[in-house]
Design a protein around this ligand. Structure first.
Ligand code: UDP
Length: 459
């Protein structure tokens, strides 16, 4: 262990909540295995070092402007991040490796978020091995790779996704994608990212891991076995499926926003499995019309609800000013609205019987690990793939077709009151048990983590 203690791993997280959480959870796990951990982070959305006293934090000058961070346009943002951060990261690490080897141990590798792909060039320059962390599901990676293949074969993906007239579009979009059962064209993780060429350019870059030595996936073999097997055939380096990281290292929170702990006291007063928890994650936004439909759908369902409305997530308002006064008067004690929740604790609370989610991969894993069935309202990217698997393959999610109050009311009642929801809850509990087996001694994720440790020690 003493020998291992002196080996240092540098982590480069991507500065979004859904990426920071699994990276820091991985750091905590590796730290408990004897590695020293340095987190090289951007100035934008930086994690709170005081919550991780065992880690060393080094800021990278990201030179991001408000135009970069506030545009809401993810692809140009990621591109800028990769251009701006390469030299500063290289200089920081070179300096650290010169000065601090005794204090922090010899740096033996860089683990970087797949979206922070500039780190691979930095690792090469410093003659360090690198490993990629994928914070989304394996099915989506496979879907992206298939889209690139369809394109290479001359099949016009853009025309299917974007250019066809709406009346034809719907029927085509319902078609299954060849080789990607059960995904339909509408489930492909392509829309809402701006011009498709930009997305495909990014996908091409991140699909190719160049000189990196391995890929870590925050997933579990039993959930995504066919995709992981196919991906292992396509990538010539080891793949480590080490999830669910939040369960392996239930470390201190890495929330960028303050969690409202009062909602737990409110949940304490609710009946078992009675509350629907609603959150669309850290990035998705809604317009006023969608907010109003959500509100009335929830109120009319007559089920208690805990609703996260992230400040700034309703376009044209700061928080919940646009909620109709009549709704606020109606829900009274039946509902509780917060700006940000301690989601792990909420999903683990006995009162929570369902999760209406955007199906981000962390939220999906967190719900599965607590045996909570879901209503799926995917907004963009891999969320659509996750929603399809939740509803069609694992059968623990209901797809919400329209953001319309009658539709929402029915979905909430199907999940929370009807036998159908009870059966989904039972299946979710089965998946929860399987997740527990994965991380126990001898389980697939447990073994993968040990293999990962060995490869890092071999560097
Ligand atoms: N989260 C949280 N409190 C909230 C809402 C979300 O702590 O009120 C956390 C959630 O537990 C998850 C992350 O934020 O770990 C969101 O990641 P996800 O992949 O689900 O979605 P994204 O925000 O990336 O779209």
């Amino acid at each position: 262990m003493e020998e291992e203690k002196r080996r240092g791993v540098v982590l480069v997280p991507c500065p979004f909540q859904g990426h920071i959480n699994p990276m820091l959870q991985l750091g905590t796990t590796l730290h408990s295995m004897g590695f020293s951990i340095t987190v090289a982070h951007t100035q934008f959305n930086y994690p709170d070092p005081s919550k991780h006293p065992d880690f060393i934090f080094i800021p990278i000058q990201d030179a991001l402007t408000d135009t970069n961070t506030l545009s809401g346009n993810l692809i140009p943002f990621i591109k800028t991040l990769n251009i701006n951060c390469e030299v500063p990261l290289q200089e920081c690490l070179a300096q650290m490796m010169d000065q601090n080897q005794d204090q922090h141990g010899k740096v033996v590798c860089i683990i970087y978020d797949t979206l922070m792909y500039f780190s691979e060039a930095v690792a090469n320059h410093l003659k360090l091995p690198s490993i990629v962390l994928r914070t989304s599901d394996a099915y989506s990676s496979l879907a992206y790779r298939s889209v690139l293949r369809l394109q290479a074969e001359g099949r016009s993906v853009p025309s299917i996704i974007q250019a066809i007239p709406p009346c034809i579009a719907d029927s085509v979009l319902q078609d299954l994608v060849p080789g990607l059962h059960p995904l339909r064209f509408k489930d492909l993780p392509l829309s809402n990212f701006g011009p498709l060429e930009n997305l495909l350019q990014l996908v091409t870059i991140i699909s190719n891991i160049r000189t990196s030595s391995a890929i870590i996936w925050n997933t579990m073999d039993y959930l995504e076995c066919p995709s992981l097997t196919q991906l292992q055939q396509q990538y010539k380096v080891p793949l480590f499926s080490v999830g669910p990281l939040h369960k392996i290292s239930p470390a201190s929170s890495s929330s960028l926003l303050e969690e409202d702990a009062n909602c737990i006291s409110w949940l304490d007063k609710q009946a078992l499995n009675s509350v629907i928890y609603v959150s669309l994650g850290s990035l998705a936004s809604l317009d006023e019309a969608a907010l109003t439909e959500m509100a009335w759908g929830l109120a009319n369902s007559n089920q208690p609800f805990l609703w996260v409305v992230r400040p700034g997530s309703i376009r044209g308002s700061e928080w919940i000013e646009l909620l109709p006064e009549t709704f606020k008067a109606k829900f009274g004690d039946t509902g509780y609205i917060v700006k940000w929740a301690p989601q792990g604790k909420v999903l683990a609370h006995g009162a929570v019987g369902g999760f209406w989610s955007h199906c981000g991969w962390n939220s999906t894993l967190e719900s599965i690990c607590e045996g909570v069935p879901m209503i799926c309202w995917p907004c963009f990217g891999d969320q659509k793939v996750n929603a399809r698997y939740l509803s069609c393959e694992w059968r623990i999610g209901l797809e919400l077709e329209h953001m319309e109050r009658g539709n929402i009311e029915r979905a909430v009642r199907r999940l929370m009151v009807d036998k159908e929801g009870e059966e989904m809850r039972q299946r979710a509990m089965d998946l929860k048990e399987k997740a527990e087996v994965c991380i126990r001694k001898g389980g697939s994720s447990y073994n993968s983590l040990n293999d990962l440790k060995e490869i890092i020690l071999s560097f």
